[in-house]
Design a protein around this ligand. Sequence first.
Ligand code: NDP
Length: 471
Amino acid sequence: MEMLIAGGWTGGSGSIPVLNPYDGSEVDTVPRASNADIDRAIAFAVDGATKVKALSGYERYHMLMKAAALMEERLEDLARTITLEEGKIIAEARLEVDRARETIIGSAEEAKRLGSEVVPLDGAPGTGNRFGFTLRVPCGVVLAVTPFNFPLNLVCHKIGPAFAAGNSAILKPATDTPLVALKFARLLLDAGLPPEAIQVVTGSGSEVGRQLCSDPRIRKISFTGSRDVGEAICGMAGLKKVTMELGSNSPVIVLPDADLDKAANAIVATGFANAGQVCISAQRILAHETVYGDLLDSLGPRVQGLQTGNPLDDDVRVGPMVRENDAIRVQEWIRDAAATGGRLLAGGERDGAIVEPAIVADVSPDMRISCDELFGPAVGLTPFESVDAAIASANDTNYGLSAAIFTESLDNAMRFAKEVDSGNIHINWGTQWRADLMPYGGLKESGFGKEGPRYAVEEMTETKMVVMHLP
Ligand code: NDP
């Protein structure tokens, strides 16, 4: 496919193959954007920002609702594209398209709610006869940089609110998964959005990232991806607004009074979806020593029952990782853990990009499978003696995106919610749960700023203060 610049589909200065992670076949190619392409896109977006801003909220609402309707019509094609370029099993890909449609509908609704506020200036001394109010205005040009693992919904979480708020947007999708993003851009044009509203620049982030991120004409960057790239982008961004949605190594605490069946089901559901390549995948399972053995026993057959294979096959539960290199890395981390005191109870074998879903017991905090973001189909279990120790372990990380606890005790649940430093807290379900309308984002090195259409619109607007000096 070609990229979308200044309203036209265009090639670049070379092409990049998009590979099917399951069998390595070439799905398509995308262009490699040149410096001139990027400059043209930014110039067009700057001019276009005025045009998008001039649309009424109702017009923006209407266009996004039309886009949502087209997403329903094109669901199967979008879902297959996700599976072919990312390796996500087809059932999860269909779910992603459904969620992405909801994200666009939620964004459409926000286009009608861009309100302002009267500021009671007479509350300050000596303000006299003055009347003050705020105006919320779009940032101007928004740059969206997105990861491979939800190649449609995370694009929608940025482009939907950016347009709802009246911005023009440039999207830089992940190089592994640009096709569904390009199809979505075409769909937006078909829905009647002006070409200024969306441009898509393809090319490797390490090649095109600096020019895009450091350009002062871009007023807002919304990034989802790894911690290190996020830090690099913050370094390049200069004086512009930035939202960072980064990684994690999410903990799940299981207390003695937990419903163990439910905990085991949730750990499997939230640890292995998308082959573990989810920013809020359950990774560090901390179980009280009195239930540790029972939890291991109930996890074993559940994890071994996860069928691996071709992600287009409806029976398959765990498909390939996005790249074979990632599968090799995950296998190495599992092997390292097993060689340094961990017990490999299931999985860990690799066939190409597919890693057999794994359980590693007796994991210690210094193992990479615990202290780094694993981003693969494995969970590590560690026993603990007291609630104090479990909360300390949950917090013993530079990340803070999602954390979960299983307990019937309201006191322990509330203590967990207050004391664990995490942007998302789940009580009696695993770490991987998200309604697309909720405020979503991390603490600590998991990032800053929130997504979810209402919150992303706030991040993509600025406030002007207006004071009327009355006679
Ligand atoms: P990366 O950080 O590798 O890439 C994310 C995006 O950044 C890609 O589009 C990539 O382009 C681009 N990029 C890479 N280098 C640069 C650069 N120097 N300047 C500008 N852009 C650059 O992440 P992955 O795609 O591998 O995604 C996985 C990561 O995303 C995990 O850490 C995961 O936790 C996180 N994530 C966080 C979420 C959240 O909501 N908090 C949700 C989903 C994922 P290219 O592909 O061309 O390299």
